[in-house]
Design a protein around this ligand. Structure first.
Ligand SMILES: [Zn+2]
Length: 462
């Protein structure tokens, strides 16, 4: 990125952190800037006088409700543009020899449009898409930018999808942001989320939808809604798309796709210090461009469904509950187990209600299965296979210290089965294999449905 591009983006306040969108002042400044670009790219147009500029701007600010007093706002904006050096005023003589005070883009910026067409188009597109998303033809027409932006408002933005960098430093040098965090904001104001494919806790693709479960920023300890995570929350609230990058320090980084945040979740995860912690998961839906019109309907449905709701799975297991479910979870007394089982079951039921609340987000919900339900079933099993037909289950523990058991749904989620302990069973690998591919699997499934129900009743009525 040239220094001119960087300076201009800075003047336009594109990357300023905000909780509630751009300020009125920034919008007005941007309109002034865009208007002067329109004048610049208009063929054969003589630079307008200050009073013409003021009339034009005030009409635009009024008709698009960017100010309540267009005339006053226009004059203040012109002053600010001149003070900032984005505009210049000069007093040439006109054809008749009279002196006219003329305002226009300052020479540096004017040259920028001649010598760096790609970057200048990128800056204009960033201003329009960030500050005036869904800007109408009418708006662009008033700014004389209809032809300049036609058909390339989104495609001219840099970086382009597919662009590749060997190092994070290279990305920063070109587009701004920082190379420390997964989530960073570029000079054009758009947030980038960079995946962590080399980490064992890498972001996952949700197979049924192709959407991405992106783990928030923060390596260990509970993640907080600050810094990168705060940026993501803002993008979610304002429905601003983000750039999603995939890669790592060995293979380089590729700008894979634009994406919108369709869900914010919090779940239990394992930090880099191997300790349990609460982490944010941002569900990113890839979209072809930042243009709302280009977003596929499942993405738009999910956004309408979501209303910036917050799915907090960590509420299912809080503080002490988590402690008590550590290594010794299966050795606690029966009384404690049943108390905890009832508690976990009720939490799982609560999560299940949220899960079934809407159809468009169901696939996502199924992906984030209730950790409570699984924990509850592990407790209920006492570390033993729950199949009544089990011919033997090894006492050997898995490397993580847990019994070698798989918690399975007796009626599949895809077939309408619920993610609740009553529909789940802990099976040893042998019984699990018989359930999925044994020749008597249909009979076994019926038995397991009964067994899960019976064990569940025993636990809650104890
Ligand atoms: Zn078994």
């Amino acid at each position: 990125m040239s220094n001119t591009a960087r300076a201009l983006m800075k003047q336009l306040n594109l990357a300023k952190e905000r909780k509630s969108g751009p300020s009125k002042r920034d919008l007005q400044f941007s309109v002034g800037f865009l208007w002067s670009v329109g004048q610049k790219v208009k063929q054969g147009k003589v630079a307008p006088s200050r009073s013409e500029a003021s009339d034009d701007l005030s009409a635009i600010l009024d008709s698009f409700q960017i100010s309540t007093d267009g005339k006053k706002a226009a004059d203040e904006t012109i002053d600010r543009l001149l003070e900032s050096g984005v505009w210049e005023a000069s007093i040439p003589a006109d054809a008749a020899g009279d002196l006219v005070d003329v305002v226009r883009l300052a020479p540096d910026y004017s040259d920028f449009f001649d010598t760096e067409p790609q970057w200048s188009a990128s800056v204009v597109s960033a201003v329009i898409t960030r500050f005036f998303p869904g800007a109408s033809e009418g708006f662009l027409g008033k700014l004389a930018l209809e032809d300049y932006t036609r058909g390339r408002l989104y495609s001219s933005m840099l970086p382009k999808t597919g662009d590749w960098f060997f190092r994070r430093k290279g990305i920063v040098a070109e587009y701004g942001g920082n190379n420390q965090h997964g989530i960073t904001r570029f000079n054009d104001g758009y947030v980038s989320a960079i995946s962590k494919t080399s980490s064992p806790y890498a972001d996952k693709v949700i197979q049924s939808t192709g959407w991405i479960a992106y783990i928030g920023d923060g390596l260990y300890g509970d993640q907080k809604l600050v810094a990168g995570n705060r940026k993501m929350a803002e993008c979610q609230e304002q429905r601003t798309p983000v750039r999603f990058w995939r890669g790592d320090q060995n293979r380089g980084y590729r700008f894979e796709t634009w994406a919108v945040i369709v869900q914010r979740r919090r779940q239990w995860g394992i930090g880099d210090d191997d300790k349990p912690r609460k982490e944010y998961v941002w569900v990113l839906a890839p979209v072809p461009s930042p243009d709302v019109e280009s977003w596929p309907s499942p993405v738009r449905d999910a956004l309408d469904d979501d209303l910036a709701k917050f799915y907090d799975e960590t509420r299912e297991l809080e503080g002490e509950d988590v402690e008590s479910l550590g290594q010794g979870e299966l050795e606690v007394g029966l009384e404690e187990v049943t108390k905890s089982y009832a508690f976990l079951s009720s939490r799982a039921a609560e999560a299940e209600r949220v899960r079934r609340a809407s159809s468009t987000t169901r696939k996502i919900q199924d992906y984030f299965r209730s950790p409570s339900a699984r924990k509850a079933v592990m407790q209920r099993s006492g570390g033993r296979c729950e199949s009544p037909n089990c011919i033997g289950h090894s006492d050997e523990l898995a490397v993580n210290g847990e019994p070698v058991l798989e918690v399975d749904h007796v009626r599949e989620l895809a077939q309408g089965g619920k993610d609740l302990p009553v529909n789940m069973i802990a099976l040893c690998p042998n019984c699990h294999a018989l359930k999925t591919r044994g020749e008597n699997r249909d009979d076994l499934r019926q038995e397991l449905i009964c067994e899960a129900w019976k064990k569940h009743q025993e636990m809650i009525s104890w």
